[in-house]
Design a protein around this ligand. Structure first.
Ligand code: SF4
Ligand code: SF4
Length: 88
């Protein structure tokens, strides 16, 4: 007997990647993601679903693989820190 799964996108505040209208739904980004963050949408031409946002390593492979630059990676605040030289 086959099981049925329901899939819904994660809450926007936790989503590490977003897609622009330029996305063709080719799913290359989902294929290259080593962490299975992205799940191909079963509807043709739709961008992948961000299935496991907490698993993202922010490696950028999905962004680099996109042929039309339609995917954007949003680094968490802690990754944006810059260390500056301390003066005494
Ligand atoms: S940044 Fe890396 S881990 Fe995160 S979704 Fe893209 S390919 Fe997957
Ligand atoms: S690789 Fe680019 S065009 Fe293809 S599904 Fe991902 S974001 Fe869309």
């Amino acid at each position: 007997m086959m099981k049925e799964f329901k899939v819904s996108p994660a809450a926007s505040s936790a989503v590490p990647v977003t897609f622009s209208d330029a996305c063709t739904g080719c799913n290359i980004c989902a294929q290259v993601c080593q962490c299975d963050v992205l799940l191909p949408d079963t509807r043709k031409g739709k961008h992948p679903i961000v299935m496991w946002p907490g698993e993202c390593w922010y490696c950028g492979a999905c962004v680099m693989s996109c042929p039309v630059q339609a995917i954007r990676l949003e680094h968490p605040l802690m990754n944006r820190a810059r260390f500056i030289k301390a003066f005494r």
